[in-house]
Design a protein around this ligand. Structure first.
Ligand SMILES: O=C([O-])CC(=O)C(=O)O
Ligand SMILES: [Mg+2]
Length: 570
C-alpha cells in the first residue's frame, strides 16, 4: 500500500509529499522518517505528537550528530554497521552524510569494507533491504514484486552471490554488494533512493562454511544449477519486464559461467549490463587511455599480460583488443599482443579445454614454441614475463601478492613506465600494493588497484595510484541510459563512458601517476559518463532525440541531492 505521493502545489510550485502514514509507521519508514527534523506542524498533523523529543533540528545538524557518532566507532566494520543502521532509520540523513563525506564513506559502504561485512552478513544484519528470490518463491514472483514498497523501480542491481568480489560464493550473504552498489548509484550517480532496488537471487550456496553455519540466513541448499537455474533467471527477468518495463538491470557478482550467459542472453532483450565484465572493462580501458597519454604511446606500442581470465580479465581483454583494432591493427595482430593467463597457464590455441570467452585471446602455438620455459609443459606467468616482456600487467585473480617483487622488477626493465593494474577486491586480495610496485620499479610504475590505497612519497615526489573500480562507470551508465530512455546498453555507449572518464584527468593529476579522476570527483565523473552515454545512445538511434544542451539539463534534473521535502497529511 502506498504511504505517500509526490505532489506539486499548483499555486506556489512547492514540492511536497502527501503522506498517508501516521505516527510510528512514519518513523519506522526509512524513506519517510525525518526524525528530529519533523516540523511542529508536521508533528501535529501526522500523529507524531509525543513520539519525538522536543528539539526540532535541521538536516545539517542531524548529519553533524551522525558524523560525530561515526567517528567514534572503533573499526571499519562497526562503521559499516552504524551506517546501515542509519540508512534503515532515514535514507535522507544517510545519503546526506555519505555525500558530504564521500571520500571517507565510500570505502565503508562500498569496497573494501562491504566485503568484510558480506563475510559476516548473517551475524551483523538487523533489517533486510531489497528482495530475496528463492526457488521456493519464484513460483509466485508477481506477488513478491508486488510486496516492494518503493514508489517506482527504475534501477535493479541483482546478484546470485556466487562470486562476491574476490571472496567467492557467499550465497545470499552477498546481498551486501547490490546494497552497496545502490548506495553509489544514489551518492555518485544521483539516482533517487526511491527508485533503486537491490535483488538477491538466493539459489543456495556451495560454500560449506555457510551451509554448516547455524546462523546462516540464506536458502540452505546446494546451488541450483543447469536448466532449473536458467528457468529461474528467465522467470525473474520476464517478471521485471512485466512490472518495471523501463528499469535498467545490472548483473553483479555472478559466477563466470552464468555471468557471460546472462549477459549475452539478455543484453538485447532488456536494458541491462554486467558490471564485472563491462563495467570493470570500461574503467580499465579508461585508465589505459590516460596511461597512453602519460607515456605518449599508442595502444600498439605496448604488450599486455592479463592474469585471470574471469569476467574482469575477459572484459578488459576485449576492450584492449578493440582499442588495438581501432588503431588499424588486424584482429590477429591485435590478439598477438595480448598474453592471457588462466588456470591452465598461458592460453594457447591448441588447448582443447579453452572456453568460448577465452578463445579469442589464445596465442598461436607457433608464436610461443621457441620460448625458453622454466619447466616444459604449462607456460606460467614468469615464462610470459621473461619471453614476451609485457609492459602492461593486469591482475584479476583474487590471489594476494601474485605479482611478486621479481615479476614487478622484470616488467620494470621492459619499459620506462610499466603499467600495473592489480585489480582484485577487496584489499586483502590485491595482487600487489602500489607501494610494492613503486619499490620494485624505482617509483616509475603507473599503478591502479581495485580497492583504495594511500599515496606514497618517493624521492621528494608524491606518487598516487588510481582506484580502477567499476564505480567510475556503473552509476553514470545507469543514469545516462535511463535519462536517454535507451532500449539497451551498447559497447559504443560504454566506450563513450570510458572516454569521458579518461578525459577528466588533468595534466597535474597525470604527473602524479593518476589515470582516473580522484574518488572525490566521482559525482562529477558520473554526470560526465551519463551525458556521454545518453549522447551516444542518441547517435546510435537508441535513445531520446534531445540535443546536447537538453540532455545535460535532463541529467541535471534527474540527479537528486539529499534533502527533506515538506509533508502534508493526506
Ligand atoms: O565491487 C567492487 O568493488 C568492484 C566489483 O564489481 C567487484 O570486485 O566485483
Ligand atoms: Mg562486482
Amino acid at each position: 500500500m502506498r504511504t505517500f505521493s509526490f505532489k506539486i502545489d499548483p499555486l506556489t510550485g512547492e514540492e511536497y509529499y502527501e503522506v498517508y502514514a501516521r505516527g510510528r509507521q512514519l518513523l519506522n519508514d526509512p524513506h519517510l522518517n525525518k526524525a528530529s527534523a519533523f516540523t511542529p506542524e508536521e508533528r501535529a498533523t501526522l500523529g507524531l505528537d509525543g513520539l519525538l523529543r522536543s528539539a526540532v533540528t535541521d538536516l545539517d545538524a542531524q548529519v553533524d550528530r551522525a558524523y560525530e557518532a561515526f567517528q567514534h566507532k572503533p573499526d571499519d566494520l562497526e562503521k559499516y554497521i552504524f551506517l546501515v543502521a542509519l540508512q534503515d532509520r532515514s535514507e535522507v540523513i544517510f545519503y546526506k552524510l555519505v555525500t558530504d563525506h564521500l571520500k571517507e564513506m565510500v570505502p565503508i559502504v562500498y569496497t573494501p569494507t562491504v566485503g568484510t561485512a558480506c563475510l559476516q552478513m548473517s551475524n551483523i544484519q538487523r533489517r533486510f533491504r531489497g528482495i530475496y528470490i528463492t526457488p521456493e518463491n519464484i513460483g509466485h514472483i508477481d506477488q513478491v514484486l508486488q510486496n516492494i514498497t518503493l514508489p517506482q523501480v527504475s534501477l535493479i542491481v541483482v546478484t546470485d552471490g556466487e562470486r562476491i568480489l574476490g571472496l567467492g560464493d557467499l550465497g545470499s550473504d552477498g546481498m551486501g554488494i547490490p546494497v552497496g552498489k545502490v548506495s553509489l548509484y544514489v551518492a555518485a550517480g544521483g539516482l533517487h533512493p526511491h527508485v533503486c532496488l537491490p535483488v538477491c537471487l538466493d539459489v543456495g550456496t556451495n560454500n560449506q562454511r555457510l551451509l554448516d553455519d547455524p546462523f546462516y540466513l540464506g536458502y540452505r541448499q546446494p546451488r541450483l544449477r543447469g536448466e532449473a537455474y536458467e528457468r529461474m533467471v528467465e522467470t525473474f527477468v520476464m517478471a521485471v519486464k512485466r512490472h518495471f518495463p523501463d528499469a535498467l538491470l545490472q548483473w553483479e557478482d555472478f559466477g563466470k559461467g552464468t555471468a557471460f550467459k546472462n549477459l549475452e542472453r539478455y543484453r538485447d532483450r532488456i536494458l541491462s549490463f554486467n558490471d564485472d565484465i563491462q563495467g570493470t572493462g570500461s574503467t580499465a580501458i579508461a585508465a589505459l587511455m590516460t596511461a597512453m597519454r602519460i607515456k605518449q604511446h599508442r595502444f600498439s606500442d605496448e604488450r599486455y599480460m592479463i592474469v585471470g581470465m574471469g569476467q574482469a580479465g575477459t572484459g578488459i581483454a576485449m576492450n584492449i583488443l578493440a582499442a588495438l583494432e581501432a588503431e588499424g591493427l588486424s584482429r590477429e595482430d591485435a590478439a598477438s599482443r595480448i598474453f592471457a593467463i588462466d588456470m591452465q597457464g598461458l592460453l594457447v590455441d591448441d588447448d582443447p579445454a579453452l572456453d568460448a570467452p577465452q578463445r579469442p585471446f589464445a596465442q598461436r602455438r607457433a608464436a610461443v614454441s621457441g620460448w625458453t620455459l622454466e619447466a616444459p609443459g604449462r607456460i606460467g606467468m614468469m615464462d610470459v614475463v621473461r619471453n614476451a616482456r609485457p609492459t602492461v600487467l593486469v591482475g584479476v585473480t583474487a590471489q594476494t601478492g601474485l605479482f611478486s617483487e621479481q615479476v614487478l622488477r622484470e616488467v620494470g626493465q621492459a619499459t620506462d613506465r610499466p603499467i600495473v593494474f592489480a585489480l582484485s577486491n577487496p584489499t586483502s586480495k590485491c595482487e600487489a600494493t602500489p607501494e610494492q610496485v613503486w619499490k620494485a620499479t624505482d617509483g616509475k610504475g603507473l599503478v591502479a588497484t581495485g580497492s583504495p590505497f594511500p599515496p606514497m612519497e618517493w624521492n621528494g615526489r608524491i606518487l598516487r595510484s588510481s582506484q580502477c573500480n567499476n564505480m567510475y562507470i556503473f552509476p553514470g551508465v545507469g543514469l545516462g541510459a535511463l535519462v536517454a530512455k535507451a532500449s539497451k546498453v551498447t559497447d559504443g555507449m560504454l566506450l563513450a563512458a570510458s572516454r569521458a572518464i579518461s578525459g577528466m584527468v588533468t595534466p597535474e593529476q597525470e604527473a602524479q601517476g593518476l589515470m582516473l579522476p580522484p574518488m572525490e570527483d566521482i559525482r562529477r565523473a558520473s554526470t560526465e559518463v551519463a551525458f556521454a552515454v545518453a549522447r551516444q545512445a542518441r547517435e546510435e538511434g537508441l535513445g531520446r532525440l534531445a540535443d546536447d544542451a537538453e540532455l545535460r539539463l535532463l541529467i541535471e534534473k534527474a540527479q537528486w541531492t539529499p534533502h527533506f521535502v515538506p509533508y502534508r497529511a493526506g
